[in-house]
Design a protein around this ligand. Structure first.
Ligand SMILES: [Zn+2]
Length: 834
């Protein structure tokens, strides 16, 4: 055996290819309650109502107004370039794919919003807004008779001066339809219009909705109107944050209903125009198409994006900003970076924190592929919600005096994971937040001057969940705090990716991300979509990994023990590992994981990977010299709650050596077989079977067994040398390690292959018979003419008969002719023995 580096029983690749059938019944119980997306028990509560209607950002004092900077040309030039290419809202340029195309057949969504053209007017810090959204929509079904958009009950729809009027234009003309009124308790934002005539599949129509009102600011975000940084007397600001349910608080749109899991896969392009007093500057998604002066003292900023965007990412902010720009240079060209910061926050360190996106874009390009919205921009602007919000192409960063790299990396990471590929429902939110959290760690690993894996490890260790009571998969989408659970969706979600990376290896992990992006970019993915892609790319069903980690709760706790041993002349470490978490948390699952074990000897520290896929597993690690210490998962690749060193606990017997070797093809016939066990066993002849196979005939081969309890060696002796044939030998797992008893000590005998490399035997778990074979290919005994296994006088008579019968086999000297010489040669061979 290769010393020090072999796994007790299996190689890494083999371990990972093994099917995982074993899941703790506890996991089954947990999963039984978790049918994806089921939240029928969820009580619909408007978050504003739930919070007593408090508005944490209420404003009483009007702001001071300051002038803002002019607009640079870079973005406008890019917008013009797009226009010159003939781009119109809703159009897909080469390389873009519609979400409809991605979603494929079988969809049940009757409509596909292609574009929103949203115009609003604001006057910070005053809360009221007025505006209009024109939606370009394609019907996916025949006989489409109605359409529902979301706009909260406190807002007024008044298109063309008609109360609740909506202006519909289809292929036959235009008319006004009347929208229903949503309930005033805001359990639903849905407003439904019924068409004057049905719309058939493939037809495109538009709906214009004029609206006005004072948008609510709900507990988690939605719409802020007040002074900058909430500071009395500071300049006014209006900004938005719509994730998960709040787009309909400030603009009419197609969206999932409030407090429902939703479906984020209908993405649309956007043109957004914001009109305000000309002392303000507005920033929004996409490229600045231009500014205009609608009337004296006012300015309109118009932005457009040609990348389809999910509803909750549509955003704008209007305030007094200092604008500064930079350029991201990438292999294919350049892209503008656009920053809008409050003058009071415009410090060198804040600018540097934001400018670090230049390096981050390059770092993420290396692991995720190029920035998804490379034809437009990446921007960061200051807004009034804490933390950050990954608005597509234009991230808002929250209140406070300082901005930091962590948030900046997180929100930039979202541009790939959350924006380009969006969580399909809010039950799948970890596909946004876990990925963005891991993006923070990847930045730590890959930033210029980083210590690499050491920095990655530090970053992940500082992002361990504090609690383990919730699953990564969100099971209560009516609770916004649960959706955005730091421990479950962010931290543990990030750890799912970190662990997956180590389970499948770096190249496979990043190939999984690439395939995931390639499949779902411009659309949305559910958890099963990601896990399915991961399994496909990894070439193995990874449910054994995702089920406990994504759908289960908790994390493993380990107790491990070890001891040195010399068995049959070879040094080993015996290692026992137990997952102990279920003792105090019976609903937590088992976490089958490959574990890195570092074995420190006097002169080396090899790392071996053992497969810990049962409550207790036992491993036998061959070494060239004795172990001094053992470190379990020394690089912290596994999110665990404890790693306790305990005394080694005797476990199942394994087989450490076999002679003749499994798979051997022997030219010299043996007369015995030697089998060395790892421990003193209770082996008896009755537990061992030997059979010989010749052609289709199988026969039992008698043997006598001797066993030495000092050396643990069993010897099977045969009456004579074995005849030619294939020999199958099996040892039942009724054989057990006497020190561990018949259950825990039962032979761990599985061989991953019929070869010496598969030793020591076993999969780490007690039980499992051993089976191997070798063949004896000794030249046939010519004198045993009837090949019955023994040379008798019968063979002489049979040969003579064959000679007289002119049988070709009678040409015993192989000279091509049957002569009298052949009889003399045969008789000589017969007397010689063969
Ligand atoms: Zn995030």
């Amino acid at each position: 055996l290769p010393l020090g580096v072999a796994i007790c029983s299996l190689t890494v690749a083999e371990v990972h290819d093994m099917p995982r059938h074993r899941f703790a019944s506890a996991l089954v119980a947990v999963l039984a309650g978790l049918a994806c997306g089921v939240h029928a028990h969820a009580q619909l509560v408007d978050p504003e109502v739930a919070d007593g209607g408090l508005n944490p950002f209420a404003l009483d004092n009007p702001p001071m107004l300051l002038d803002t900077e002019h607009t640079g040309c870079g973005k406008a030039c890019r917008a013009r370039l797009l226009a010159e290419q003939g781009w119109q809202p809703g159009m897909l340029l080469p390389g873009m794919r519609s979400e409809r195309e991605l979603r494929g057949p079988g969809t049940t969504d009757p409509t596909d919003v292609l574009n929103n053209t949203l115009s609003i007017e604001v006057n910070p810090p005053n809360r009221p807004i007025s505006g209009s959204n024109t939606m370009t929509i394609r019907s996916n079904v025949n006989n489409l008779t109605s359409f529902t958009f979301r706009l909260r009950s406190n807002m007024t729809v008044n298109t063309g001066g008609t109360a609740n009027g909506v202006f519909v234009t289809d292929s036959l003309g235009s008319y006004t339809a009347i929208a229903s009124t949503p309930p005033t308790n805001n359990t639903s934002y849905g407003r439904t219009i019924t068409f004057a005539r049905p719309i058939s599949a493939g037809q495109t129509f538009t709906i214009r909705i004029d609206y006005s009102g004072s948008p609510a600011n709900l507990s988690f975000g939605s719409f802020y109107a007040g002074p900058q940084n909430g500071t009395t007397g500071a300049p006014g600001a209006i900004c938005t944050l719509s994730e998960p349910y709040y787009a309909g608080t400030w603009w009419p749109c197609k969206d999932g209903d409030v407090l429902q899991a939703g479906d984020n896969s209908d993405k649309a392009t956007l043109t957004i125009s914001i009109t305000s007093p000309d002392t303000f500057r507005s920033t929004a998604n996409g490229l600045l198409v231009g500014t205009s002066v609608p009337s004296a003292g006012k300015i309109t900023y118009t932005y457009a994006t040609s990348y389809p965007m999910t509803t909750y990412l549509v955003s704008f902010s209007t305030s007094q900003y200092t604008n500064f720009t930079d350029t991201y240079v990438y292999p294919g060209g350049t892209m503008p970076l656009d920053f809008n910061i409050y003058p009071s926050s415009d410090t060198t360190s804040n600018r540097n924190a934001w400018r670090s996106v230049k390096s981050m874009l390059a770092a993420f390009r290396g692991v995720y592929g190029e920035y998804p919205f490379i034809s437009e921009k990446y921007g960061i602007y200051q807004f009034e919600f804490s933390g950050g919000q990954e608005h597509q192409t234009n991230t808002g960063q929250g209140r406070g005096a300082t901005f930091d790299e962590g948030v900046t990396a997180h929100e930039l990471g979202h541009q790939w994971w959350g924006d380009n590929v969006t969580c399909k429902t809010f039950a799948d939110i970890w596909l946004n937040e876990g990925f963005a959290t891991y993006s923070e760690a990847l930045w730590a690993e890959r930033k210029p001057g980083s210590t690499g894996l050491a920095a990655l490890r530090t970053a992940m260790n500082s992002r361990k969940p504090a609690t383990f009571t919730e699953s990564v998969y969100c099971t209560d989408v009516a609770n916004v705090n649960r959706i955005f659970s730091t421990d479950a969706s962010y931290r543990k979600g990030g750890w799912v990716l970190h662990q997956l990376r180590h389970v499948v290896g770096d190249s496979t992990f990043f190939a999984i991300l690439a395939a995931y992006r390639n499949t779902y970019q411009g659309s949305a993915a559910a958890t099963a979509d990601f896990t399915s892609i991961a399994s496909q790319v990894a070439g193995q069903n990874l449910d054994w990994f995702f089920n406990p980690w994504v759908f289960g709760i908790g994390a493993p706790s380990y107790a491990y023990g070890w001891e040195n041993a010399t068995i049959d002349g070879q040094k080993y470490v015996r290692l026992s590992i137990e997952q102990t978490q279920q003792a105090s948390n019976p609903t937590w699952p088992l976490f089958p994981m490959p574990i890195d074990v570092r074995v420190n000897t006097a002169s080396s520290s090899p790392i071996v990977v053992v497969e810990n896929d049962a409550v207790k597993t036992y491993h036998l690690i061959p070494l060239s010299e004795s172990a001094v210490s053992i470190v379990l998962d020394g690089s912290d690749w596994i999110l665990n709650r404890a790693k306790d060193a305990v005394a080694y606990e005797p476990g199942p017997a394994k087989v450490v050596s076999i002679s003749p070797a499994p798979g051997a093809a022997l030219a010299t016939a043996p007369s015995s077989v030697r089998i060395a066990f790892s421990d003193n066993v209770n082996v008896t002849a009755g537990a061992i079977g030997v059979s010989r196979v010749v052609g289709t005939a199988t026969s039992s081969v008698p043997f006598t067994l001797s066993y030495d309890p000092q050396t643990f060696v069993a010897t099977l002796s045969f009456a004579s040398s074995l005849s030619a044939g294939t020999y199958n030998i099996a040892i039942a797992d009724s054989v057990y390690n006497v020190a561990a008893g018949s259950t825990n000590g039962a032979l761990d005998g599985e061989l991953s292959s019929n070869s010496i490399a598969a030793l020591p035997s076993g999969n780490g778990r007690a039980g499992g018979s051993l089976a191997f074979s070798f063949s004896v290919n000794t030249p046939p005994c010519v004198a045993d003419f009837n090949q019955d296994g023994s040379r008798t006088i019968d063979d002489v008579f049979i040969y003579i008969n064959a000679w007289f019968a002119n049988d070709p086999r009678a040409d015993i000297n192989n000279d091509g002719t049957r002569t009298i010489d052949d009889i003399f040669v045969f008789i000589n061979l017969w007397f010689a023995g063969c």
